[in-house]
Design a protein around this ligand. Structure first.
Ligand SMILES: [Zn+2]
Length: 77
């Protein structure tokens, strides 16, 4: 008879901070209450997965960059 969607809005708990989040299209980050909580949860998940492979690789490039930068500074002085 009447639409159920309007009367009962489903609610979930934010996995990060346990805040109650209404399950509506307005909440883009559901089941998280905010983008911040989504990033926190995703960050922890990604950290655990990437811990080992991230150890070596791009760090070499970063060290090179720093070296060039500090040399430029010394020459400037
Ligand atoms: Zn939250």
């Amino acid at each position: 008879m009447t639409t159920q969607e309007n009367t009962s809005i489903k609610q979930v708990n934010c996995p990060t901070c346990q805040k109650i989040v209404p399950w509506t299209q307005a909440h883009t980050f559901r089941p998280f209450c905010s983008k911040k909580c989504q990033l926190i949860d995703f960050g922890e998940w990604a950290n655990e997965r990437n811990r080992i492979p991230a150890e070596d690789g791009p760090e070499d490039f970063r060290l090179d960059d720093l070296d060039i930068n500090s040399q430029g500074n010394v020459e400037g002085l």
